[in-house]
Structures are given as C-alpha cells and as structure tokens.
Write a protein that binds this ligand. Structure first.
Ligand code: 13P
Length: 257
C-alpha cells in the first residue's frame, strides 16, 4: 500500500445549503483559514446558483470550486439540467457525480452515473464519483460485492488516461447525515475493496495512484483517525463543511497524512 503516491483531497459538499451571499462569505472564510495548508487539495462543491459567487471568492486562493451534479448531454431540451460546458465556463473544476442522495431521491442509477461521469470527463471536468452500500447491504454482508459492482459499472468505458481526473468517494449511505460514522477499520477495508476493483479494471499501479475519500459524518473530531488509514486518502464532508472553522480542522488533520 503506497499512500504517498496519492494526493489527499478534502472536499466539502454543501448540498442544498447557502445562498449566494452566504456562499461568498463561507468560501472567503474557508480560504483564509486553510491558506498555506497545501498537504491536501481543498474543494468546496456548491449549489449551481452559488457558483459565480463561490468562484469569485475563491480567486487567487487555494480553494477549488466544484458542482454537485452535471447532465450527460451537451445541450438540448432537458429542463432544469446543467451541462459540463456551462460549469466549465462558470469556472468550475470539479463535479460530484452519483451522490447517494441523487440515487435515493432523484432516480440516479449506475447507468446514469456512468453517462454523467463520461460526459464530465470528456468536457474536461474532474469527477468526484460517489458510491457506497445501504444499511441492509452491510448488515447482510454484501458490502464488498456492492461497492465492487458500483465501481465497475460507474466507470464502464472510462479510460485509464481519464482516471487521472477521477476521485472516488466511498460514502456508506447509512453514515450520511446520521451521525453514524464507519469505524476507521470499516472505512479502510471498504476503500481497499474499491481499490482492488480498480486494480482489476486498470491494474495495480493506477489503483494505487487513485485518491479514495471517505464520506459520512466525517467531522473535526473523527477526521484524524479516519485519514490516518492507509486506504483513506481524504474526505467528502457534508454538514461539517458548512462551518469553515470545522472544515479547516479537517484540512489541518489531512496535513499529517
Ligand atoms: P455528512 O458529512 O453530513 O454526513 O454528509 C456526507 C456526505 O454526504 C458528503 O457528500
């Protein structure tokens, strides 16, 4: 296991929180607090409407801005959707795809996640691809099969070259917004299973070089022990990313690894 081969990435997923003016202030504060902490990349994934304010506030700082979804068609009659080209022109660098809330509430499937991933990469966006098991799957002992299958289906047709622009976020659904966190051992083991699936598709070298984050109630109190695990290369943080001081503590914890 070669953790030193991988870039640590701490990303916030604001979900449906923050108005544009609030976004501007929160990005500025986050940038101020995390300035110079270059042991990891720092990303904030904001609602579409907040993108211009967030991009403006992040200019010249270490904070990179991401979106929370992207459509797979280039343009056309897709009411309410946003294309990769629109995001890029607005200054977005990253996009979250396949978040469990999209899968759970908005009918996303591995097929649409795969289409969105390929479209985003083809356009030049970097992708944070989310996957993870639900509680019943963990209880019934099929977590490894589920995350391996999601990894393979979501990345179907994605080239090894494009994988340089893919971060995987392992987010056990039962740990999201619940206050329940996977133990560091569970997070490490399942991120390792995802890495093994990547090795099956792309070979060991690429698998060892791919950043795999953990997400699900990661916060300033538990980040250090999760991030210390060899297969956990960063975090995708929901609730705690809304408070710059808490998010900064997670960024600080990532400097040590
Ligand atoms: P919480 O950190 O609020 O559990 O959310 C995790 C998440 O879904 C990040 O994408």
């Amino acid at each position: 296991m070669k953790k030193e081969l991988r870039r640590a990435v701490i990303a916030g997923n604001w979900k449906m929180n923050m108005t544009p003016s609030e976004a501007s202030a929160a990005v500025e504060k986050t940038a101020e607090l995390t300035a110079g902490k270059d042991g990891c990349d720092v990303i904030l994934c904001v609602p579409f409407i907040d993108i211009p304010a967030a991009v403006e506030a992040a200019k010249g700082t270490n904070v990179k801005i991401g979106a929370q979804n992207v459509h797979f068609e280039e343009k056309g009659a897709y009411t309410g959707e946003i294309s990769a080209k629109m995001l890029l022109e607005a200054g977005v660098e990253y996009v979250i795809i396949g978040h469990s809330e999209r899968r759970q509430y908005f009918g996303e499937t591995d097929t649409t996640v795969n289409l969105r991933t390929k479209a985003a990469l083809a356009a030049g966006l970097k992708v944070i691809l989310c996957l993870g098991e639900v509680k019943d799957e963990r209880v019934n002992g099929i977590t490894n099969e589920i995350v391996s299958m999601q990894t393979k289906l979501d990345l179907l047709g994605v080239s090894a070259e494009d994988m340089k622009n893919v971060i995987i976020a392992y987010e056990p659904v039962w740990a999201i917004g619940t206050g329940l966190t996977a133990t560091p051992e569970q997070a490490d083991e399942t991120c390792g299973v995802i890495r093994a699936a990547l090795a099956e598709i792309y070979g060991k070298e690429l698998a060892e070089a791919t950043t795999i984050q953990y997400g699900g109630s990661m916060n300033n109190a538990n980040a250090a022990e999760l991030l210390a695990k060899v297969n956990v290369d960063g975090g995708l943080i929901g609730g705690a990313s809304l408070v710059p001081e808490k998010f900064d503590e997670i960024v600080t914890a990532a400097q040590a690894d």
